[in-house]
Design a protein around this ligand. Sequence first.
Ligand SMILES: Cc1cc2nc3c(=O)[nH]c(=O)nc-3n(C[C@H](O)[C@H](O)[C@H](O)COP(=O)(O)OP(=O)(O)OC[C@H]3O[C@@H](n4cnc5c(N)ncnc54)[C@H](O)[C@@H]3O)c2cc1C
Length: 462
Amino acid sequence: MKSTLEILQKHFDSSSIKTEKEDLENYGTDWTRYFNPNPVAIFFPKHIDEIQKIVLLANEHHFVLVPSGGRTGLSGAAVAKKEEVIVSFDKLNQIISYNELDQSITVEAGAITEEIQNFAKEKELLYPIDFASKGSSQIGGNIATNAGGVNVLKYGMTREWVLGMKVVTAKGEILEFNQGLIKNATGYDFRHLFIGSEGTLGFIVEATLKLTRAPKEKQVILFGIPNMEKVVKVMNTFRAELDLLAFEFFSDATVDYVMEHTHVGLPLAKRYPFYTIMEFESNNGKNTELVFSIYQKLYQKGWILDDIFGGDEQTIKHLWGYRENISSSISSFIPYKNDLSVRISNIHSFLSETEDIVKNNYPDFIVLWYGHIADGNLHLNILKPNKLSVKEFEEKCKKVNLLIFEIVKKYKGSISAEHGVGLLKKDYLEYSRSKEEIEYMKLIKNIFDPNNIMNRGKVFDT
Ligand SMILES: Cc1cc2nc3c(=O)[nH]c(=O)nc-3n(C[C@H](O)[C@H](O)[C@H](O)COP(=O)(O)OP(=O)(O)OC[C@H]3O[C@@H](n4cnc5c(N)ncnc54)[C@H](O)[C@@H]3O)c2cc1C
């Protein structure tokens, strides 16, 4: 019987396959770093036909494929640890076409998120999905995880921006979904099934994305805030009065890591327990005036303790750095990440209950909170102490997970707001989805992928 590698070498050009140890380690993992990579090879298709061919070979010879984008995922969904073949989209990364009248672009799945944003900018438009890993993440990965980011408050998740999609299913069919239409009431919309499917149903090979008007004159204001209750109150007060582009928060402890990593000073003259960063469109100064008049009232009430305003590009970039650079600043501490969400109306009670658990169970660990508070999305990061091995640390975090996820369940929240389930969260899926729902997911997977060749063991076990 031929080995998987021999099959690949027989059917594809050697320049499309990599097997060096360093490449296998690099492509076999993502930002999670809790799993040991062990793929057989990495395949770099240059054409959709080659994807179809490898899918048919995988079905015939029973090997497993792992779709791989920018590998910035935070749930181990692109990890290959069981001798799978990684299919990388690094060489399928072109912007195929731009349609001015439709205000849409069609791109290959390996197109980098930031390059799509820059292309839209050249056309004086906006592709609004934005987050710190945009320089390496790919649109295929963004769609497969239904990525969110810092502008969800105004623009929604990736799902909102996908007008059409071309896929190679796990059975090897090439299908086109929705053809770039805005309206299409002709039955089940398979596009939405593939969005957020984490590579378990097939490969996304092309996407048609909607673009929109770019905001004029963005402005940013960073506040120092005394406690989480006030963070939520400040956010709701501003939200009630104007259309915000973003409202994010981070706890004081995060600032030390960003200062150390990016060589900046404190964001404000003094330290405060929490900070928020709020972005809005100036609207010829009207919104700026409104923001300052609301700010005065909240400052007098003691809900806001200090602020710094950014009206020019450089200051805006500097202020956003305190939020956007948190993940990269703490990454060397191999943080255990929880990406939780609840309804906005439940945030305050959810947080105080979760904080009690965190304080009682992680007395010696450094715990950092930050995230997309306006979406009800909180990132809870626990940093690994040097004295613990990754395995020991993970075991300790997993025990506390159960307590935290009970609260998530109580509030009907999500154990993964935007990072996906992958390997890291699959044991906890039942805290957010019913047994019946999970059973339906498995049935759907089986229809598209009867031989279980696509990203086997991710999201759930089959
Ligand atoms: C610093 C940092 C900040 C981040 N901030 C955010 C944030 O604010 N919001 C957010 O949502 N996420 C965030 N993330 C997580 C991550 O960037 C997103 O999940 C992103 O969408 C992953 O894209 P990727 O190309 O890196 O995908 P990968 O990590 O390579 O893959 C993710 C999943 O998609 C699948 N996949 C990849 N390409 C395809 C394809 N062509 N067809 C089918 N399946 C495919 C993979 O198999 C895997 O299941 C952040 C990550 C980092 C490191």
